[in-house]
Design a protein around this ligand. Sequence first.
Ligand code: SF4
Length: 459
Amino acid sequence: MSKKLFRYAEENRERFLDSDDITFSDGSVVTPAEVWGYLTEEAPARYPHAFEINLNQGSRAIRDETFPTLLKTQYLALTLSERMEKARDNGRSIAFIQGGQTIDPYTAADTIALRPANVGNWNNGRYHGKNINQNARIRKEKKEKSYHDMTFEACQTAGYEHIQTGDLRVDIIAPYTTLRCSDISYGVEAHRHGPNKNVKLFNVDFPLRNQADKPWAVEYFANSLRKLIKLLDESTGRTTTEEDLLKAIKLHNEGRRLSIELTDLWWSASVPPTNGDDRQTLSSLGHLEYGDSQAALSVLKEAKKFLAERVENGVKGPGVRDNPKRLFVLGSCVWVNNARSEIDGAIVVGKDDGWSTVNALVDEEGDPFQNLARATLQYPYEQGIEERARWTIEQIKRSRADGVIFIHRWGCNTQASISRAVVDVIKRETGIPTYIHESEFGLQHEQEHNRVSAFIEML
Ligand code: SF4
């Protein structure tokens, strides 16, 4: 059965062509005309699933096509697979990291750092001409194989199978072992026993439980960062210096600052200036990922101008209802079906995951290893339950949320075990309605959204 595909409207073309180029780390430039051509001709043929209107799977009919930044982030996401293949052909080194960390040391060591979601995106991009269900099935089959080859007790978000089968040319698996994620450090160990012995492995050991202010912990983590960079250098054959790390910290601080400004601006608006998907895209741009930090920064730099216009003119994001109930979502690697939630009369205004690390500004004076270690150990999401909950309450208040949903994935053991305690503190301190549910990573399940719908109805 042929599916209805979304198409960008020609009437928005001229405004888009007026926006800035995307500048990549290697100095190459892609013009808005090239991005427009890709999104309207090449990409719908190559990746029809990304243009399919299917609300049950979170693919919305209304895209925010008058906001040029959002088309550019879609361009960066859809070209990631091809760009990673080219990067490897050109001898670039690629590291697999975890979702709850920043990437400054990898940038310093000229290594592309990919979170699990980006590793999955790289793999999915190798399949062309698939509709949304076929695409979902490919992901599901990979995951089932990982359950079989590794363990069914891990979430299997982390791309074990792609790397072990040699489908993706990852050089090194070197995540921080932050508490957030129980899969990734377990996954590093699992790779030691898999058939692919070529990939280098390293856990950047993260001292847990209220260690952030302790000098030994800062020194210990700074040393782990030095070891990480040494190992990355073995793959690239270069020698990364303190100056390189400071330069990377400055680059990423710029991204983090811009992202914080964007989020503050979004939260200050009298009506939601974008829909929930787009708010999340703008907020997380500050991680400077998409496999190219410079490209992400060049897109992020012009975003504030477009958002400020909307906020000033009181423009509401497409698809958002009048006076929607504001939801704050907690948990690792989770989301709700934003399109369906908006039809139900709500909007997601914030998430703790990701936002925690965007806020980790690093001091630019003094030893960059120690400064990065100190900022990393202070990730709010990684603190003890009470402290994490207190930080979350601040974000809930700043975003004026009416309700809180904590979601934990199957196999995401830390989040599953602390969700009740975190939510209890929030409920006790704020009195706003909360609820918790478990879900499986991957598809947007109808039953899962029915529960979100019921919560929105209650709000
Ligand atoms: S769902 Fe949890 S265990 Fe899985 S990758 Fe995300 S944080 Fe890690």
